[in-house]
Design a binder for this molecule. Structure first.
Ligand SMILES: CC(C)(COP(=O)(O)OP(=O)(O)OC[C@H]1O[C@@H](n2cnc3c(N)ncnc32)[C@H](O)[C@@H]1OP(=O)(O)O)[C@@H](O)C(=O)NCCC(=O)NCCS
Length: 265
């Protein structure tokens, strides 16, 4: 794999300040606005978030970003889920595919069936949802790490940032035994909806909690007159694929890919 970085760039005081203030590094120097977060499981790995999901970063973009990341002490970078055109550029930059994601969509009217509550056997499980409070982002991040595993986990800052990825969003939690048991962040841009992040505490799986969250999300999209909603998940994530299929989502032929590569000074 060829290195992503050519020339180290001096780090601006503003970038350092931004990293300290908000927990992310602003990636400047290209026409594609982006930022980076330290991956919770591998703090030397930078998760690069491109703010305009339709932008197609080129090898030159990755080189520029790598310089900033190296100056901030990162040794590797990870992309978001890339569509084929974006993936081709990442490959040209020498990055390597580390995860393949299935892309699913559903068109209105959405399937919003009944929530199953009959399986609840331990304590009191509420299948209603409520707003994810700012103070609960840390708890949501713990659930995220437990559900996805530390390698793919998002921390509280990243979860907070997901909410700004679309013009409007909805972040909800579901409660069980008096505590937050799962969360879902959805986004909406015009008539398109996105199920952005969904995780349920692994000790409380198969109790209808994700179903409650997804129903809430689809209802919100319906109120917003969303015509088509998208979600992506790992190709082997049977639980999620089954959950989404039950709500009318259909897998598209197109796959999304996540790439990683070293950041070299
Ligand atoms: C996917 C996930 C959110 C499901 O949460 P959950 O609260 O257990 O889901 P529900 O209880 O609402 O399940 C609803 C339906 O989804 C399907 N499902 C859920 N888990 C399943 C599993 N392990 N295997 C097969 N189907 C499964 C079933 O059809 C289930 O209905 P049933 O229990 O009546 O058979 C949960 O497993 C999770 O957090 N996984 C890790 C993170 C993740 O994958 N997030 C989504 C990816 S984007």
């Amino acid at each position: 794999m060829s290195p992503v970085l050519r020339t180290p760039r001096p780090t601006s005081a503003a970038s350092h300040a931004a990293a300290e203030r908000t927990g992310h590094v602003v990636l400047r120097g290209t026409e594609v606005p982006a930022r980076a977060h330290a991956c919770p499981g591998t703090p030397t790995m930078a998760q690069v978030v491109v703010l305009d999901g339709t932008a197609v970063p080129t090898p030159a973009h990755y080189r520029t970003w790598s310089a900033t990341l190296a100056a901030h002490g990162f040794t590797a970078l990870r992309t978001g889920a890339l569509a084929p055109r974006q993936a081709a550029q990442a490959e040209q930059a020498g990055l390597v595919c580390v995860q393949e994601l299935a892309l699913l969509d559903v068109s209105a009217p959405f399937v919003i069936g009944k929530v199953t509550t009959g399986k609840v056997t331990t304590g009191k499980v509420t299948t209603g949802t409520r707003r994810l409070r700012e103070s609960e982002l840390g708890i949501a991040a713990e659930i995220d790490a437990a559900a996805f595993g530390l390698t793919w986990a998002l921390d509280a800052t990243m979860l907070a940032d997901i909410r700004t990825a679309t013009p409007s969003h909805r972040a909800r939690v579901v409660m069980a035994d008096g505590r937050v048991a799962g969360f879902l962040v959805s986004g909406r841009a015009g008539r398109t909806g996105y199920v952005q992040r969904l995780a349920v505490d692994p000790t409380l799986h198969r109790r209808g909690l994700a179903t409650a969250l997804l129903r809430d999300s689809l209802r919100w999209m319906r109120r917003g007159r969303v015509r088509r909603a998208f979600v992506n998940t790992h190709v082997e994530n049977t639980a999620a694929l089954e959950l989404y299929r039950r709500h009318g989502f259909v897998e598209l032929p197109e796959r999304l890919r996540v790439y990683e590569g070293p950041v070299v000074r």
